[in-house]
Design a binder for this molecule. Structure first.
Ligand SMILES: Nc1ncnc2c1ncn2[C@@H]1O[C@H](COP(=O)(O)OP(=O)(O)OP(=O)(O)O)[C@@H](O)[C@H]1O
Ligand SMILES: [Mg+2]
Length: 379
């Protein structure tokens, strides 16, 4: 609406004889719900409409005075130098605008338009659009989204911890009963103790993942080669792959040095390769390959498992989404978050020949990080 007003004022100033346009502008300004001020060549107020008077000072106090003196909110705007803008508008005829100016307890959009007559700048119009309600509604929405995310995270954690705790106490109860019976075979006792250890590992995994959640945000970068990170991940998971009867291979194809957080990228690749090993059948394969594309450094993790059902594709990166008994469903969302915090992305594809393909893209210069890290969402 501010822009339309600016257009009208320009037309009025061109068409009406000098002396008449101020009155016409004033009448037009009064008809609008916007707050409008017009200044002359010297930056002194000649029009101050009622909406602006209601929000700031009465018209009589404003007329004839420098606008930034009677409109202290604009002068105090820390994101925008309105004195310089006004100067540019009046001297060079340059328009300006600011989408969000905090004015006391209000938020406004301000548009500054130079007024010309015969190509000469003869003044400028300030149009202020009160967008407080819109901004506050958006702030409330963001707050709601954030608290829903915290609630979902809390519910998920409670659920994830309660399951292994229940299993632990059940096994402990059974162990106590068996211990009381001297005829129980030792293997039975060891079996119960093993089951308890497995549940404790699950809680431990969950805590490790949650520590990563809280460690999110801007990565701590250092010069690293992705081949070295991928090499360490593959070496670490080799025993796991062997136990699962899966052949694990790495094709090193990147020579770039990137500025990365090696710990977080290591965890991300670890989660992807571990998922691939878990998906591949006994006798199957997992292939990890790196390469330098012109604009990104790429890590591909392939497996010849069942692939990802189309219905799961949109949900795999959701917090706590899992199809595994004992899975936390945190591996993929954390991997994606780590990569996104580096300014990259993880892509999920079908592997030609069957299975899943996860492609990690990292910016080639390693410096395209999302400022301040990504927002954590529970959806
Ligand atoms: N390579 C893959 N092939 C097929 N499905 C996969 C693959 N990787 C992930 N998925 C699917 O995505 C789900 C979520 O994976 P994610 O790593 O987030 O959690 P998880 O592996 O289930 O649990 P955790 O990582 O704690 O062991 C998995 O349960 C699985 O259904
Ligand atoms: Mg996983």
């Amino acid at each position: 609406m501010g822009r339309w007003f600016s257009l009208y004022t320009e037309v009025l100033v061109r068409l009406l004889p000098e002396g008449d346009y101020a009155l016409a502008l004033e009448q037009l300004a009064e008809a609008l719900p916007l707050e409008v001020a017009v200044v002359d060549r010297a930056g002194h107020v000649i029009v101050w409409n009622r909406a602006l008077a209601r929000a700031t000072v009465p018209r009589e106090q404003a007329l004839g005075r420098p606008i930034l003196e009677v409109f202290p909110g604009l002068a105090a705007d820390r994101n925008h130098d309105w004195a310089a803008s006004l100067d540019r508008a009046l001297r060079d005829g340059r328009p300006d605008e600011s989408p969000q100016v905090p004015l006391g307890d209000r938020v406004v959009r301000a548009v500054l338009t130079p007024l010309r007559r015969d190509e000469r700048v003869i003044g400028a119009a300030f149009v202020v659009d009160d967008i407080t309600d819109r901004v506050r509604t958006e702030e409330r929405r963001l707050l709601r989204v954030r608290s829903e995310a915290v609630e979902a995270l809390g519910a998920g954690i409670a659920h994830e911890i309660r399951n292994p705790l229940n299993a632990l106490s059940l096994n402990l109860q059974l162990l106590c009963e068996r211990l009381a019976d001297p005829t129980t075979p030792r293997a039975d006792l060891v079996g119960k103790a093993d089951a308890m250890l497995a549940e404790m590992r699950r809680v431990d995994d969950l805590v490790t993942h949650l520590l990563e959640v809280s460690r999110g945000g801007p990565p701590t970068r250092e010069p690293v080669r992705i081949d070295d990170v991928a090499g360490r991940v593959v070496d670490r998971l080799r025993a796991t792959a062997e136990r699962a009867g899966v052949a694990l291979g790495l094709a090193r194809g990147s020579v770039r040095t990137l500025a990365l957080d090696p710990v977080r990228i290591d965890r991300a690749l670890h989660n992807l390769v571990r998922n691939a090993i878990e998906a591949a059948p006994r006798g199957g394969h997992v292939w990890v390959a790196t390469r330098d594309d012109p604009h990104s450094t790429v890590v591909v993790v392939d497996d010849d498992g069942p692939g990802i059902p189309p219905a799961d594709r949109g949900r795999m990166f959701e917090l706590f989404f899992t199809r595994k008994r004992g899975g936390t469903g945190l591996g993929l969302p954390l991997a994606r978050r780590a990569v996104q915090d580096h300014g990259g992305e993880i892509e999920v594809l079908e592997r030609p020949g069957g299975g899943a393909r996860f492609v990690v893209h990292l910016p080639a210069d390693g410096a395209g990080a999302a400022a301040g890290g990504t927002t954590w969402r529970a959806s």
